[in-house]
Design a binder for this molecule. Structure first.
Ligand code: NAD
Ligand code: IPM
Ligand code: MN
Length: 354
């Protein structure tokens, strides 16, 4: 029996549409090869151009429309001409928050053939799964801008750490560490952030009582960033707050082949709302429109989408195909030392799937 999945595409800005085309190509290839799977894609032209025409990043009923889909595939949001805090809050962060996609799952895995700036690191040394809190924390959007343009001007940006929010993300990470038989490292900063991160550390310990079989570590974020470079093999599953996870996963991308290979799943594990899959990178205005953006991060995100739909064998096949492609420079984009275009790379990847 064929199951048809309704996928909402939000290609967005800059290189977003270029890389999403290739992710769709790969998903269509999977559907062609597997008669259990069919996709029905609907593209939404939301983003900065849409904002400049309509004064909003998506229509008023945009969130309602998205509710009807099984998943969302997003390219990138943000472009010069619209302030970033408007574009991102109006679309990407809004979807993550309002659809309660509280898990941001970001693999940091060095594939064979991917460039690594760490001179002693071997494949296998860099194999982590970041679980970034994705619904509150430092990105809750709570604060105030008082007395602007006076000499008493004050801005306040609050971090919001609820018991429910901390417990559920930490529990998700423990479950994953147990399932994957990996250690779990919590990254926080209780020595300076004396409310939020002390609370986080306490909850990490509390929830841990239910997982005596999971090997755990607790690191301060400054030391964690040092260890990611000096001793990446010490990390398995990592759980951390929204801001720390954002920053550390760019560092993760850098040690695992670059932004062109870093993927991200925004999950609502209860499936009450659609989950959203996207590359970690942004709209890359410096290379947009040139047809040279690396589509592999988006394609990896498409593999996460297949994992989420229950086709883990396809998720794995896609990541294996990315690894195979890395062995052959002919089909790689310039960021990985090749000369291929975005679509050459996507086509080559699709043709590797069997
Ligand atoms: P960026 O990720 O867009 O680019 C950083 C650097 O990495 C650039 O040199 C770019 O050319 C390179 N790069 C990124 N993706 C690449 C790819 N697939 N192939 C080859 N090279 C790639 O980050 P930025 O420049 O800080 O941000 C640009 C805009 O994107 C901003 O508006 C920012 O707010 C937004 N942004 C959006 C997202 C998102 O939608 N998830 C993520 C990060 C940044
Ligand atoms: C990411 C991005 C976003 C984030 C920005 C664009 C709001 O950097 O997905 O990593 O900080 O979450
Ligand atoms: Mn980021």
């Amino acid at each position: 029996m064929t199951q048809t999945y309704r996928i909402a595409l939000i290609p967005g800005d800059g290189i977003g549409p270029e890389v999403i085309d290739e992710a769709v190509r790969v998903l269509n290839r999977v559907a062609e090869l597997d008669d259990r799977i069919a996709f029905e894609f609907t593209t939404f032209p939301w983003g900065c151009e849409y904002y400049l025409k309509h004064g909003e990043m998506m229509p008023e009923d945009g969130m309602e429309t998205l509710k009807g889909f099984d998943a969302i595939l997003l390219g990138a949001v943000g472009y010069p001409g619209v302030p970033d805090h408007i574009s991102l809050r109006g679309l990407l962060l809004r979807i993550r928050h309002d659809f309660d996609e509280y898990v941001n799952l970001r693999p940091v895995k060095l594939l064979k053939g991917a460039p690594c700036p760490l001179k002693d690191a071997k494949v296998g040394d860099i194999d982590m799964i970041f679980i970034r809190e994705n619904s509150e924390g430092e990105y809750a959007g709570s604060g105030a801008w008082l007395y602007p343009d006076t000499d008493q001007e004050v801005v306040i940006q609050n971090g919001v750490f609820s018991r429910k929010g901390c417990e559920r993300i930490i529990r998700y990470a423990y479950e994953l560490a147990r399932k994957e038989k990996k250690s779990l490292t919590s990254v926080s900063k209780g020595n300076a952030l004396n409310y939020s991160m002390v609370f986080w550390d306490q909850i990490f310990k509390e929830v841990g009582k239910d997982y005596p079989d999971v090997e755990t570590y607790s690191l301060l974020v400054d030391a964690a960033s040092m260890f990611m470079v000096k001793k990446p093999e010490r990390f398995g599953v990592v759980v951390t707050s929204n801001l720390f996870g954002d920053i550390l996963t760019d560092l993760g991308a850098a040690i695992a082949g670059g932004m062109g290979l870093a993927a991200s799943a925004n999950l609502n594990p209860e499936k009450k709302f659609p989950s959203m899959f996207e590359p970690i990178h942004g709209s890359a205005p410096d290379i947009a429109g040139k047809g040279i953006a690396n589509p592999l991060a988006s394609i990896w995100a498409a593999s996460q989408l297949l994992d989420f739909l229950g086709y883990e064998e396809w998720g794995t096949k896609i990541v294996d195909a990315i690894e195979a492609l890395l062995g052959d420079k002919a089909s790689l984009t310039p960021d990985l030392g090749g000369t291929a275009s975005t679509s050459d790379c996507g086509k080559a990847l699709a043709s590797l799937l069997k």
